[in-house]
Design a protein around this ligand. Structure first.
Ligand code: KG4
Length: 336
Protein backbone atom coordinates (compact mmCIF):
# COMPACT_ATOMS: atom_id res chain seq x y z
CA UNK A 1 0.00 0.00 0.00
CA UNK A 2 1.61 3.28 -1.15
CA UNK A 3 -0.04 6.43 0.18
CA UNK A 4 0.55 10.06 -0.72
CA UNK A 5 -0.19 12.43 2.16
CA UNK A 6 -0.96 16.13 1.64
CA UNK A 7 -0.94 18.73 4.42
CA UNK A 8 -1.96 22.37 3.92
CA UNK A 9 -3.89 23.32 7.06
CA UNK A 10 -1.88 26.38 8.09
CA UNK A 11 1.37 27.79 6.74
CA UNK A 12 3.35 24.70 5.71
CA UNK A 13 2.77 23.00 2.36
CA UNK A 14 3.82 19.38 2.72
CA UNK A 15 3.61 16.11 0.80
CA UNK A 16 4.87 12.68 1.88
CA UNK A 17 4.89 9.12 0.60
CA UNK A 18 4.50 6.10 2.87
CA UNK A 19 4.83 2.48 1.71
CA UNK A 20 3.36 -0.14 4.07
CA UNK A 21 3.96 2.18 7.02
CA UNK A 22 7.54 3.01 6.05
CA UNK A 23 8.30 6.66 5.21
CA UNK A 24 9.77 7.12 1.72
CA UNK A 25 9.70 10.92 1.55
CA UNK A 26 8.47 13.98 3.48
CA UNK A 27 8.81 17.35 1.77
CA UNK A 28 7.88 20.55 3.60
CA UNK A 29 7.77 24.06 2.12
CA UNK A 30 7.55 26.54 5.00
CA UNK A 31 6.17 29.97 4.25
CA UNK A 32 8.48 32.85 5.25
CA UNK A 33 6.06 35.50 4.00
CA UNK A 34 4.29 35.71 7.39
CA UNK A 35 7.35 36.69 9.44
CA UNK A 36 6.96 40.36 8.53
CA UNK A 37 3.43 40.38 9.97
CA UNK A 38 4.07 38.70 13.33
CA UNK A 39 1.59 35.90 12.61
CA UNK A 40 0.03 33.86 9.83
CA UNK A 41 -1.94 35.94 7.31
CA UNK A 42 -4.62 33.53 5.97
CA UNK A 43 -4.92 35.01 2.47
CA UNK A 44 -1.15 34.98 1.96
CA UNK A 45 -1.02 31.40 3.27
CA UNK A 46 -3.51 30.12 0.69
CA UNK A 47 -1.71 31.93 -2.12
CA UNK A 48 1.61 30.39 -1.07
CA UNK A 49 0.00 26.92 -0.91
CA UNK A 50 -1.22 27.43 -4.49
CA UNK A 51 2.34 28.16 -5.58
CA UNK A 52 3.92 25.35 -3.58
CA UNK A 53 1.55 22.43 -3.91
CA UNK A 54 2.54 21.15 -7.39
CA UNK A 55 6.34 21.29 -6.90
CA UNK A 56 6.07 19.89 -3.35
CA UNK A 57 3.98 16.88 -4.45
CA UNK A 58 6.30 16.29 -7.45
CA UNK A 59 9.33 16.36 -5.17
CA UNK A 60 7.78 13.96 -2.64
CA UNK A 61 7.02 11.46 -5.42
CA UNK A 62 10.50 11.90 -6.91
CA UNK A 63 12.30 11.46 -3.57
CA UNK A 64 10.20 8.37 -2.83
CA UNK A 65 11.53 6.80 -6.04
CA UNK A 66 8.07 5.88 -7.25
CA UNK A 67 5.80 6.89 -10.10
CA UNK A 68 2.46 8.56 -9.38
CA UNK A 69 0.83 5.56 -11.07
CA UNK A 70 2.13 3.40 -8.15
CA UNK A 71 -0.01 5.25 -5.57
CA UNK A 72 -2.78 3.25 -3.87
CA UNK A 73 -4.57 6.20 -2.22
CA UNK A 74 -4.29 9.90 -1.43
CA UNK A 75 -4.72 11.17 2.13
CA UNK A 76 -5.26 14.88 2.78
CA UNK A 77 -5.85 17.10 5.81
CA UNK A 78 -9.52 17.96 5.81
CA UNK A 79 -9.46 20.09 8.99
CA UNK A 80 -9.20 21.80 11.35
CA UNK A 81 -7.22 24.70 9.93
CA UNK A 82 -7.49 27.86 7.86
CA UNK A 83 -10.33 27.43 5.34
CA UNK A 84 -8.48 28.90 2.35
CA UNK A 85 -5.35 26.84 3.08
CA UNK A 86 -7.33 23.63 3.54
CA UNK A 87 -9.15 24.22 0.24
CA UNK A 88 -5.88 24.15 -1.70
CA UNK A 89 -4.76 20.73 -0.37
CA UNK A 90 -8.28 19.33 -0.44
CA UNK A 91 -8.95 20.36 -4.06
CA UNK A 92 -5.54 19.19 -5.22
CA UNK A 93 -5.96 15.80 -3.52
CA UNK A 94 -9.39 15.37 -5.09
CA UNK A 95 -8.16 16.29 -8.57
CA UNK A 96 -5.22 13.90 -8.38
CA UNK A 97 -7.31 11.05 -6.95
CA UNK A 98 -9.85 11.51 -9.76
CA UNK A 99 -7.15 11.62 -12.41
CA UNK A 100 -5.42 8.50 -11.07
CA UNK A 101 -8.74 6.80 -10.25
CA UNK A 102 -7.62 5.88 -6.71
CA UNK A 103 -9.38 6.31 -3.34
CA UNK A 104 -9.30 9.51 -1.33
CA UNK A 105 -8.89 9.54 2.46
CA UNK A 106 -9.65 12.53 4.69
CA UNK A 107 -7.52 13.05 7.78
CA UNK A 108 -8.25 15.05 10.93
CA UNK A 109 -5.14 17.19 11.44
CA UNK A 110 -5.13 16.53 15.20
CA UNK A 111 -5.31 12.76 14.67
CA UNK A 112 -2.35 13.22 12.34
CA UNK A 113 -0.25 14.87 15.08
CA UNK A 114 -1.07 12.06 17.53
CA UNK A 115 -0.41 9.32 14.96
CA UNK A 116 2.93 10.89 13.98
CA UNK A 117 4.39 8.39 16.47
CA UNK A 118 3.63 5.62 13.97
CA UNK A 119 5.80 7.13 11.22
CA UNK A 120 8.49 4.51 10.72
CA UNK A 121 11.75 5.52 9.11
CA UNK A 122 13.20 2.04 9.67
CA UNK A 123 11.37 -1.28 9.87
CA UNK A 124 12.53 -1.97 13.45
CA UNK A 125 11.44 1.41 14.88
CA UNK A 126 9.38 1.13 18.08
CA UNK A 127 5.86 2.58 18.09
CA UNK A 128 3.48 3.11 21.04
CA UNK A 129 1.14 0.38 22.21
CA UNK A 130 -2.53 1.19 22.85
CA UNK A 131 -3.91 2.68 24.96
CA UNK A 132 -1.54 5.60 25.46
CA UNK A 133 -1.91 9.14 26.70
CA UNK A 134 -0.85 11.92 24.36
CA UNK A 135 -0.22 15.54 25.28
CA UNK A 136 -1.03 17.44 22.10
CA UNK A 137 0.42 20.94 22.32
CA UNK A 138 0.53 23.27 19.34
CA UNK A 139 -0.16 26.85 18.33
CA UNK A 140 -3.88 26.18 18.22
CA UNK A 141 -4.49 23.30 20.65
CA UNK A 142 -3.56 21.99 24.08
CA UNK A 143 -5.24 18.67 24.75
CA UNK A 144 -4.75 15.53 26.78
CA UNK A 145 -5.93 12.65 24.62
CA UNK A 146 -6.47 9.02 25.58
CA UNK A 147 -5.58 7.16 22.39
CA UNK A 148 -7.39 3.82 22.45
CA UNK A 149 -6.71 2.89 18.83
CA UNK A 150 -5.75 4.75 15.64
CA UNK A 151 -9.41 5.64 15.18
CA UNK A 152 -10.60 5.98 18.77
CA UNK A 153 -9.40 9.02 20.69
CA UNK A 154 -10.96 10.53 23.78
CA UNK A 155 -10.14 14.08 24.84
CA UNK A 156 -9.75 14.10 28.62
CA UNK A 157 -8.75 17.75 28.92
CA UNK A 158 -8.31 20.80 26.71
CA UNK A 159 -7.55 24.47 27.02
CA UNK A 160 -10.46 26.72 27.88
CA UNK A 161 -8.73 29.76 26.36
CA UNK A 162 -5.27 30.05 24.78
CA UNK A 163 -3.14 27.14 23.59
CA UNK A 164 0.36 26.58 25.01
CA UNK A 165 1.91 27.70 21.71
CA UNK A 166 -0.11 30.92 21.86
CA UNK A 167 1.23 31.59 25.35
CA UNK A 168 4.78 31.25 24.00
CA UNK A 169 4.07 33.32 20.88
CA UNK A 170 2.06 36.12 22.52
CA UNK A 171 4.48 36.61 25.42
CA UNK A 172 7.38 36.59 22.95
CA UNK A 173 5.59 39.22 20.90
CA UNK A 174 5.23 41.64 23.82
CA UNK A 175 8.95 41.14 24.48
CA UNK A 176 9.56 42.30 20.90
CA UNK A 177 10.82 38.89 19.72
CA UNK A 178 10.19 37.62 16.17
CA UNK A 179 7.33 35.26 15.22
CA UNK A 180 6.94 32.41 15.99
CA UNK A 181 8.17 33.14 19.47
CA UNK A 182 8.21 29.57 20.84
CA UNK A 183 11.57 28.51 19.39
CA UNK A 184 13.13 31.90 20.28
CA UNK A 185 12.00 31.62 23.91
CA UNK A 186 13.38 28.07 23.97
CA UNK A 187 16.81 29.29 22.80
CA UNK A 188 16.89 32.30 25.16
CA UNK A 189 15.72 30.21 28.12
CA UNK A 190 18.88 28.10 27.95
CA UNK A 191 20.86 31.08 29.28
CA UNK A 192 18.38 32.35 31.87
CA UNK A 193 17.41 31.73 35.47
CA UNK A 194 14.00 30.03 35.47
CA UNK A 195 13.34 31.01 39.09
CA UNK A 196 13.98 34.74 38.59
CA UNK A 197 10.31 35.62 37.93
CA UNK A 198 7.05 34.05 39.13
CA UNK A 199 3.99 34.09 36.90
CA UNK A 200 0.52 33.01 37.84
CA UNK A 201 -0.68 29.44 37.27
CA UNK A 202 -4.34 28.52 36.73
CA UNK A 203 -6.41 26.89 39.42
CA UNK A 204 -9.17 25.19 37.46
CA UNK A 205 -10.62 21.80 38.29
CA UNK A 206 -10.28 18.61 36.24
CA UNK A 207 -7.87 18.12 33.39
CA UNK A 208 -8.51 21.33 31.46
CA UNK A 209 -5.84 23.92 30.77
CA UNK A 210 -5.85 27.71 30.83
CA UNK A 211 -3.05 30.03 29.72
CA UNK A 212 -4.70 33.43 29.63
CA UNK A 213 -3.92 34.23 33.30
CA UNK A 214 -0.25 33.50 32.72
CA UNK A 215 -0.28 35.81 29.72
CA UNK A 216 -1.81 38.62 31.79
CA UNK A 217 0.61 38.18 34.68
CA UNK A 218 3.54 38.17 32.22
CA UNK A 219 2.25 41.41 30.72
CA UNK A 220 1.87 43.04 34.18
CA UNK A 221 5.41 42.03 35.14
CA UNK A 222 6.75 43.74 32.02
CA UNK A 223 4.57 46.84 32.51
CA UNK A 224 5.45 47.33 36.20
CA UNK A 225 9.16 46.84 35.67
CA UNK A 226 9.43 48.96 32.53
CA UNK A 227 8.02 51.88 34.53
CA UNK A 228 11.06 51.64 36.82
CA UNK A 229 13.57 50.66 34.18
CA UNK A 230 12.93 51.27 30.46
CA UNK A 231 15.65 48.71 29.58
CA UNK A 232 14.05 45.99 31.71
CA UNK A 233 13.17 43.63 28.85
CA UNK A 234 16.55 43.94 27.14
CA UNK A 235 18.40 43.32 30.42
CA UNK A 236 16.19 40.39 31.48
CA UNK A 237 15.42 38.63 28.18
CA UNK A 238 16.91 35.29 29.11
CA UNK A 239 15.48 35.26 32.66
CA UNK A 240 12.02 36.21 31.39
CA UNK A 241 12.18 33.48 28.73
CA UNK A 242 13.39 30.85 31.19
CA UNK A 243 10.78 31.75 33.83
CA UNK A 244 7.97 31.81 31.24
CA UNK A 245 9.03 28.45 29.81
CA UNK A 246 9.23 26.88 33.25
CA UNK A 247 5.72 28.11 34.13
CA UNK A 248 4.25 26.72 30.88
CA UNK A 249 5.96 23.38 31.42
CA UNK A 250 4.74 23.22 35.05
CA UNK A 251 1.16 23.95 33.94
CA UNK A 252 1.32 21.30 31.20
CA UNK A 253 2.90 18.62 33.39
CA UNK A 254 0.58 19.18 36.36
CA UNK A 255 -2.55 18.12 34.44
CA UNK A 256 -0.76 15.55 32.30
CA UNK A 257 0.54 13.77 35.41
CA UNK A 258 -2.96 13.86 36.87
CA UNK A 259 -4.33 12.24 33.70
CA UNK A 260 -1.65 9.53 33.78
CA UNK A 261 -2.67 8.66 37.34
CA UNK A 262 -6.39 8.67 36.52
CA UNK A 263 -6.06 6.43 33.46
CA UNK A 264 -3.27 4.15 34.70
CA UNK A 265 -1.63 4.04 31.26
CA UNK A 266 1.91 2.74 30.92
CA UNK A 267 2.77 4.65 27.74
CA UNK A 268 2.83 8.42 27.25
CA UNK A 269 3.57 10.63 24.26
CA UNK A 270 3.75 14.26 23.22
CA UNK A 271 2.84 15.79 19.87
CA UNK A 272 2.38 19.14 18.10
CA UNK A 273 4.64 22.15 17.55
CA UNK A 274 5.28 22.86 21.24
CA UNK A 275 6.54 19.28 21.73
CA UNK A 276 9.71 20.56 20.00
CA UNK A 277 10.38 22.59 23.16
CA UNK A 278 13.47 21.34 24.98
CA UNK A 279 12.00 21.83 28.48
CA UNK A 280 8.72 20.09 27.58
CA UNK A 281 10.66 17.14 26.13
CA UNK A 282 12.94 16.95 29.17
CA UNK A 283 10.01 17.14 31.60
CA UNK A 284 8.08 14.35 29.86
CA UNK A 285 11.16 12.12 29.61
CA UNK A 286 11.98 12.74 33.28
CA UNK A 287 8.41 12.03 34.40
CA UNK A 288 8.41 8.76 32.43
CA UNK A 289 11.71 7.70 33.97
CA UNK A 290 10.52 8.42 37.50
CA UNK A 291 7.24 6.56 36.99
CA UNK A 292 8.64 3.72 34.85
CA UNK A 293 6.54 4.56 31.81
CA UNK A 294 7.44 4.32 28.12
CA UNK A 295 7.68 7.78 26.61
CA UNK A 296 7.42 8.63 22.92
CA UNK A 297 8.96 11.97 22.03
CA UNK A 298 8.81 12.79 18.31
CA UNK A 299 11.73 13.85 16.16
CA UNK A 300 11.54 17.66 15.78
CA UNK A 301 10.59 17.40 12.08
CA UNK A 302 7.45 15.43 13.03
CA UNK A 303 6.35 17.89 15.76
CA UNK A 304 5.28 20.67 13.40
CA UNK A 305 2.89 20.33 10.49
CA UNK A 306 4.04 17.63 8.06
CA UNK A 307 2.45 15.32 5.53
CA UNK A 308 4.15 12.16 6.84
CA UNK A 309 1.70 12.13 9.75
CA UNK A 310 -1.20 12.65 7.31
CA UNK A 311 -0.06 9.72 5.17
CA UNK A 312 0.23 7.48 8.27
CA UNK A 313 -3.19 8.51 9.60
CA UNK A 314 -4.53 7.88 6.07
CA UNK A 315 -2.96 4.41 6.06
CA UNK A 316 -4.90 3.43 9.20
CA UNK A 317 -8.14 4.63 7.59
CA UNK A 318 -7.37 2.74 4.35
CA UNK A 319 -6.76 -0.41 6.37
CA UNK A 320 -10.21 0.07 7.93
CA UNK A 321 -11.71 0.70 4.46
CA UNK A 322 -12.77 4.23 5.42
CA UNK A 323 -12.57 6.37 2.34
CA UNK A 324 -13.87 9.85 1.72
CA UNK A 325 -16.35 11.08 -0.83
CA UNK A 326 -15.12 13.35 -3.60
CA UNK A 327 -17.67 15.96 -2.52
CA UNK A 328 -16.40 16.16 1.11
CA UNK A 329 -15.66 19.82 1.95
CA UNK A 330 -12.85 20.87 4.31
CA UNK A 331 -13.79 21.89 7.84
CA UNK A 332 -12.04 24.70 9.65
CA UNK A 333 -12.98 23.82 13.24
CA UNK A 334 -13.17 20.48 14.98
CA UNK A 335 -11.72 18.63 17.92
CA UNK A 336 -10.62 15.00 18.01
O1 KG4 B 1 1.77 22.35 15.48
P1 KG4 B 1 2.26 23.64 14.99
O2 KG4 B 1 3.36 23.62 13.97
O3 KG4 B 1 1.18 24.53 14.33
C1 KG4 B 1 -0.13 24.73 14.65
O4 KG4 B 1 -0.51 24.90 15.80
O5 KG4 B 1 -0.85 24.75 13.63
O6 KG4 B 1 2.73 24.49 16.25
C2 KG4 B 1 3.26 25.77 16.14
C3 KG4 B 1 3.53 26.26 17.54
C4 KG4 B 1 3.87 27.73 17.59
O7 KG4 B 1 3.11 28.31 18.63
C5 KG4 B 1 5.37 27.72 17.95
O8 KG4 B 1 5.79 28.85 18.68
C6 KG4 B 1 5.45 26.47 18.79
O9 KG4 B 1 4.62 25.55 18.12
N1 KG4 B 1 6.82 25.96 18.88
C7 KG4 B 1 7.53 25.99 20.03
C8 KG4 B 1 8.81 25.47 19.73
N2 KG4 B 1 8.82 25.14 18.41
C9 KG4 B 1 7.60 25.46 17.90
N3 KG4 B 1 7.19 26.39 21.27
C10 KG4 B 1 8.11 26.30 22.22
N4 KG4 B 1 9.35 25.83 22.02
C11 KG4 B 1 9.75 25.40 20.79
N5 KG4 B 1 10.98 24.92 20.61
Amino acid sequence: MIILGIESSCDDTSAAVVRDGLLLSNVIASQRVHEAYGGVVPELASRAHQQNIVPVVHEAIRQAGIDKGDLSAIAFTRGPGLPGSLHVGCSFAKGLALALDIPLVDVNHLHGHVLAHFIRETADQLVPTFPFLCLLVSGGNSQIILVKSPREMEILGRTIDDAAGEAFDKCAKVMGLPYPGGPVIDRLAAEGNANRFKFSKPRIPGLDYSFSGLKTSFLYTLRDNIKLNPDFIEQNKANLAASLQKTIVDILMDKFAKAVKQTGVSTIAIAGGVSANSAVRAAVADYARRHRLSAFIPKPVFTTDNAAMVAIAGMFKCQAGEYCDITAPPFSRVTV
